[in-house]
Design a protein around this ligand. Structure first.
Ligand SMILES: [Mg+2]
Length: 290
């Protein structure tokens, strides 16, 4: 384990990282599938919830095949088995013939990285037009700013983010700019970051951002990426040599290991306070030496 004092840049994800909330999932599905027959719509919501609560063999961290409507499971560095979306295991012969040699980067695969990604998989499964899904997405995000659907604020984490000093703080989110700014304002984090990158197009965006940092002389090992979506936030950072902190309340079907794994915003707050103290200790030591 590398030392916290090595860190000079922290890249934060926003949704699922600075706040935790997934009750939007049923509303997002209801709005997105408003034109879909009621039985299919409620079944979709039930399956999505079962996935998040661990009451289904389908988990976050698995891969949805958008053409074939099956979910692929990785084990030992390969795809090892598959399920139907309803959670029935795929017959071994069919699996071996069709999926055993697929790459996780295959463009037909959608990584189930977070609750938003689960709804995105449902969009493909039910062939919902992109504009319909996008309108539902924007409606949900606007609702999350106000009662009764306002997302929860964890003041201990938000304060720890504000008070973290001695490092460059970057926020990278794949959401669109207006929503990113609205959410930051609601959290009292407008102005808390040295750089805010909305519509960040992670995972590629995080790799590009890190490359730019490296060109400015920052070593990958000085960078800590914190996020709840392994595919978007953590894998690209880990591949380039950064430290990673996975924050997720869910049981992820994950093979990768992360330098730090926390489940709650409270645990993340504690980590940030520890990082701040480590950096302060380092600065006072340096001051004594000078
Ligand atoms: Mg996230």
């Amino acid at each position: 384990m590398r030392k916290l004092t090595d860190i000079s840049v922290v890249i934060f994800d926003m949704d699922g990282t600075l706040y935790q909330e997934d009750t939007f999932v049923e509303r997002y599905i209801a709005y997105m599938m408003a034109e879909t027959e009621e039985g299919a719509r409620s079944a979709a919501a039930l399956r999505a919830r079962a996935l998040l609560t661990g009451d289904s063999p389908i988990r976050l961290g698995q891969y949805y095949h958008r053409e074939d409507d099956v979910v692929l499971v990785r084990s030992g560095g390969i795809f090892a088995n598959a399920y139907t979306w309803e959670g029935e295991p795929l017959e071994a012969g069919r699996f071996a013939a069709s999926y055993a040699s697929m790459e996780p980067t295959d463009e037909r695969l959608l990584y189930l990285g977070d609750p938003w990604g689960v709804v995105n998989a449902l969009r493909h499964k039910h062939r919902i037009p992109l504009e319909t899904a996008d309108a539902a997405f924007r409606r949900v995000r606007e609702e999350m700013l106000e009662a009764p659907y306002a997302f929860p604020l964890d003041e201990s984490l938000l304060q720890a983010v504000r008070e973290l000093d001695g490092v460059t703080k970057v926020l990278m989110t794949n959401t669109y700019e207006q929503s990113a700014l609205d959410f930051l304002r609601r959290m009292g984090l407008d102005g808390a970051f040295d750089d805010v990158v909305p519509a960040a197009e992670k995972p590629a965006g995080i790799a590009e951002y890190m490359d730019a940092l490296v060109r400015r002389g920052i070593a990958p090992s000085e960078i800590l990426s914190i996020g709840d979506n392994p595919w978007n936030d953590l894998l690209p950072a880990k591949r380039l040599g950064a430290l990673t902190c996975c924050i997720s309340p869910y049981e992820l079907a994950e093979e990768e290991s992360w330098d730090i794994r926390v489940h709650t915003v409270g645990e993340l707050a504690a980590l940030l306070r520890e990082l701040r103290e480590a950096k302060r200790g380092e600065r006072s030591t340096a001051a004594q030496l000078n």
